[in-house]
Design a protein around this ligand. Structure first.
Ligand code: ATP
Ligand code: MG
Length: 421
């Protein structure tokens, strides 16, 4: 939240906030889990924390019934959080039901239940265990951009997921961003419990947690984990290996599987019953959402294009700020127009907030002078793309970044784009 400052659906998960802080651990808040804790009548055993969000902490857990590792999302207990989790379960159940072979690149819900703890009753979701987010992949690569062939591969995976959600199920994700797309495998094999031969923790005693059974983790990692288990609630969101350490040395992306899945349906909605007026994390927010003109599946496509740009360049496409005399929204609209050209007057005037930002000519009221810097030129001049590469990527992205939502290609149409194939 603090990171994005939009006060809505984004999380500080992989932004500036490195952990979820102590404050959330109170009545109505997070459940303080520890390695070895059992859930659902003993079936699932917590192993280590994988991440956190504004709504939950997510743990690697061991399923003792089916002998496999899973991800356990433990929601905060207050009523609104519980309701949000039940909504997420409803959507994830439909997603799983429509994809029995688990081939649509959307995370699979395996189970759900309630867990009673000192802070209240927590709705818990069990999903398949996945790897690092695309944000981590971008950072792993030191924000240099991951190369166009990799971008294309990831785009194909995400589009398969979006096409399934939009066309087959009628679900709008509403918070698509690099953080909410997870690689199926971890970047570092030692973080994968299966590939690293990690022996599951089954008891909740400190001596057992770090016994010889976890030899695949380095000594340093073990010490770090032990320290963190003691100060359990100040664990970093992504426990093993910090981003800072990863920034130090240069690494190749060769050999990393780019298969990925869309996660986090906490804000998703049915296309037929849109809930919140304001959706999406700031940088990935579509213009129609900003001006309050309603939204549909095409809002996800806008976020998708922003994400593809970020994968290719390592930098967010639009990073609006509040400036003197103008709001973040206005700066955002100005940035869009500088890259994509002027917004058609008909669109600019179509929202309930249009009059706040635009005059009757369809010009921004408070930001008068725009510095036009089209996508292709941006890619060449700022990110050193070759002309043909820049043109290919810009030609793919520009139609998806159409100000008129109805003009944007669908996920199915994008999948047919020769640039991806
Ligand atoms: P938000 O504040 O973004 O709404 P949230 O509380 O709804 O967050 P998620 O975004 O679903 O929680 O998950 C939080 C983090 O946990 C993710 O960013 C990711 O790092 C990790 N995570 C979630 N699901 C999985 C999974 N299936 N496998 C591995 N890690 C996961
Ligand atoms: Mg999230």
């Amino acid at each position: 939240m603090a990171f994005l400052g939009n006060g809505y659906c984004s999380s500080g998960s992989e932004g500036e906030d490195e952990d979820e802080g102590m404050e959330g651990y109170r009545k109505g808040g997070y459940h303080a889990a520890r390695p070895g804790d059992r859930f659902a009548g003993g079936r699932f055993v917590a192993q280590r924390k994988l991440g956190w969000g504004n709504f939950s902490t997510v743990w690697l857990a061991y399923d003792t019934l089916l002998n496999r590792f899973v991800a356990l999302k433990i929601q905060k207990s207050a009523r609104d959080y519980a309701q949000a989790a039940l909504h997420e379960i409803e959507l994830l159940s439909a997603i799983a039901k429509g994809d029995p072979t688990n081939s649509k690149n959307v995370v699979q819900l395996l189970d759900h239940f309630k867990h009673a703890g000192p802070n209240g009753h927590h709705v818990c979701l069990v999903t398949e265990f996945l790897g690092d987010s695309l944000l981590r992949l971008i950072r792993y690569n030191r924000n240099k951009g991951i190369g166009l062939s990799r971008v294309k591969e990831i785009c194909r995976s995400v589009l398969v997921g979006l096409d399934y959600l939009h066309r087959e199920l009628g679900i709008i994700h509403t918070d698509l961003k690099p953080e909410n797309v997870l690689l199926v495998s971890t970047i570092n094999p030692s973080k994968d419990p299966v590939r690293s031969g990690f022996t599951p923790i089954l008891e909740r005693t400190v001596s057992n947690q770090y016994s010889g059974s976890v030899i695949s983790f380095s000594e340093k990692m073990l010490k770090m984990r032990a320290r963190r288990a003691v100060a359990k609630i100040s664990l970093r969101r992504e426990s093993l290996g910090g981003v800072a350490a990863e920034m130090e040395k240069e690494r190749s992306l060769d050999g990393i599987s780019l298969k990925c899945k869309i996660v986090d349906f906490g804000n998703a909605c049915w296309g037929s019953q849109q809930l919140a007026g304001e959706i999406q994390t700031r940088q990935y927010r579509a213009p129609e959402v900003i001006i309050g003109a309603g939204y549909s599946y095409s809002a996800d496509m806008w976020s998708f294009a922003c994400m593809a740009f970020e994968l290719a360049t390592g930098e967010v496409l639009f990073a609006p700020k509040t400036c003197q005399g103008c709001s973040e929204d206005e700066d955002h609209l100005a940035l869009m127009m500088e890259t994509l050209g002027k917004m058609p007057k008909k669109i600019a005037s179509s929202g309930i907030r249009s009059k706040d930002y635009f005059d009757r000519h369809g010009d921004l009221k408070r930001i008068r002078r725009l510095k036009f810097w089209p996508l292709e030129r941006l890619l060449v001049q700022r990110y050193n793309f070759t002309e043909p590469d820049a043109q290919g990527l810009a030609d793919f992205l520009r139609p998806i970044l159409d100000f008129t939502p109805e003009n944007r290609p669908t996920a199915a149409a994008c999948l047919k784009n020769p640039w991806l194939n």
